[in-house]
Design a protein around this ligand. Sequence first.
Ligand code: ZN
Length: 171
Amino acid sequence: MIREVKRIGDPVLRKKAKKVEKITRDVLKLIDDMLETMHHHNGVGLAAPQIGIPQRMFVVEMEHNDEIPGSGITYALINPELLRTDGALLTGAEGCLSIPGWRGDVERPTKAIIKGQDRHGNRIKVEVEGGIARAMLHELDHLDGVLYIDKLTAPDRIWQVDEAAVGVPAE
Ligand code: ZN
């Protein structure tokens, strides 16, 4: 089911999301809905608070591209925790499905190691880089009520885009 994406100004986006205590059928349904909602909006990531559910989970998926490691994989992480970042800091444009029509530059580490649970409750650890690392760090921030506009490399580095034509996907 495609869910309504909450927009900036909705208090749920500023809440610290709670741990998922048990992976129930409802939680799995929620993950399916998050994926469907993300696909509907051509996004590359979505965190549960963005559909009004203040719980710690996110999905990330990028269309397969030989040059982007981790692309073509559907990630769904429950109770994700950042273990470590690595690599150079890189400034790159980001967009957010909760702030449609805008993009801004944010500096992020190029690699991230994140642990969490998959939809079967297995403990997993993912090592990601590039665009996937950027998307996951963006989603982790959502779980703590942080938006990318809080971290712009310069306050004036935000610009309006035509969402239908834009090259940088939102997350
Ligand atoms: Zn976002």
